[in-house]
Design a protein around this ligand. Sequence first.
Ligand code: AMP
Ligand code: ZN
Length: 141
Amino acid sequence: MSDDCIFCQIIDGDIPARTVYETDETLAFLDANPLAEGHTLVIPKTHARQLQDLDDETATAVYETLHRLVPVVEGTVGADGSNVAFNNGPAAGQEIPHVHGHIIPRFEGDGGRPVHAVAGSPPELSEEDLDTIAGEIKSNA
Ligand code: AMP
Ligand code: ZN
């Protein structure tokens, strides 16, 4: 629990939310400023700022809840698909410093963009650059 965290306050019932699903480890509720009908957030019940701050068990629980809810949310609002994403860290646009996965329903012709649209200016990388990056990530994983 982080006293000044709005999502921890939702977990504690101090701030209202439109809860749609709950487990021992996770809570899912409607985004208060939905980008689409059914826009849902999935959070761990323990405070953690970013994905890398979650322990394995909690990360699995968050994914299980996303996995369960994606078809439910899509089906409920009659969506044709969804974007499922985390803004991980302020540089990536994370405003609430408590891990949350977005389920954003998508509809054919809704004018939205794919997740590829989040990058500002994609770098130009050679095959060698890509090999180097892949090798470094692989050795660090
Ligand atoms: P992010 O930019 O990934 O940190 O997104 C935070 C999301 O939380 C935004 O989509 C907000 O609309 C949403 N949000 C902020 N406060 C609340 C709240 N009290 N209840 C539900 N959603 C909220
Ligand atoms: Zn929190």
